[in-house]
Design a binder for this molecule. Structure first.
Ligand SMILES: [Zn+2]
Length: 246
């Protein structure tokens, strides 16, 4: 059974909410549709399943007379497995996200898009990899070789944008239309499976546009300021920037 992912706008209960607001759903009710030895599949979920450099959410499932810890959330085909320390006996559950962790990932993810956009504009380098954590993250760029001065300019440009209160919007668009409007080198469209015809787009004002299935904040001011911790060469023409937010 395919799980309706709330932050992707797949559940009709939330159809009147703007897409970006669906990233802020912290608790929800759902029906259990499948029970495994240590997991459950729900008809809908707000939990993020590990993928695209963003770690899974953690939290709790609660039901009449019991509750369980959700320690991992993984995608298996079209289903989302909530790994639990106790399998709910009830058909109806309430899911509650560990919000501090999720919100940290949202800030980090929007920061990653902004950083990728800034580096793309300044150096024409594309993003070839990224990994987010709660307290720091890194992005790999190519082809590029940053000087110390370059890093200072990237940091400065990023932090100037954060001060401008630019809104983050999320919408869906047909792949063909997006392929025409997006700057080819910014988003690696060929990495997105050909079968996906409609894409979820994350737009940061006029600064960046990128298809993504991750969770994001509603305004750049929510990211906070960014500091580059280090840069490291990751092979020919590939450089990794590690950053934190504060
Ligand atoms: Zn993303």
């Amino acid at each position: 059974m395919k799980t309706a992912v709330i932050y992707l706008g797949q559940d009709p209960t939330y159809k009147d909410s703007p897409m970006v607001e669906l990233n802020y759903v912290k608790d929800f009710t759902a029906r259990v549709v499948e029970r495994g030895k240590n997991y459950v599949i729900l008809d809908r979920t707000a939990f993020y399943a590990k993928g695209g450099g963003q770690p899974f959410d953690t939290g709790r499932l609660e039901w009449e007379g019991g509750s369980a810890r959700v320690s991992r959330v993984l995608k298996e085909g079209g289903s989302i497995h909530h790994i639990v320390d106790e399998v709910p006996v009830s058909h109806e559950v309430t899911g509650k996200l560990d919000w501090d962790r999720r919100h940290a990932h949202m800030r980090m993810h929007t920061a990653q898009h902004l950083l990728s956009g800034v580096v793309f504009r300044m150096f024409g380098a594309r993003t070839v990899g990224n990994q987010l954590y709660i307290d720091y993250s890194h992005v790999d760029f190519a082809p590029v070789s940053f000087t110390h001065e370059d890093l200072r300019r990237i940091e400065e440009e990023f932090n100037e944008v954060v001060e401008t209160n630019v809104p983050v919007t999320i919408y869906e668009e047909e792949r063909e239309a997006l392929e025409e409007s997006i700057e080819e080198e910014r988003a690696i469209m060929e990495l997105i499976p050909k079968g996906i015809r409609r894409l979820r787009v994350i737009q940061i004002g006029e600064i960046d546009l990128c298809p993504c299935a991750g969770t994001h904040v509603r305004n750049v001011s929510e990211i906070g300021r960014m500091r580059i911790l280090r840069r490291r060469s990751k092979g020919k023409d590939v450089e990794r920037i590690t950053y934190e937010l504060f």
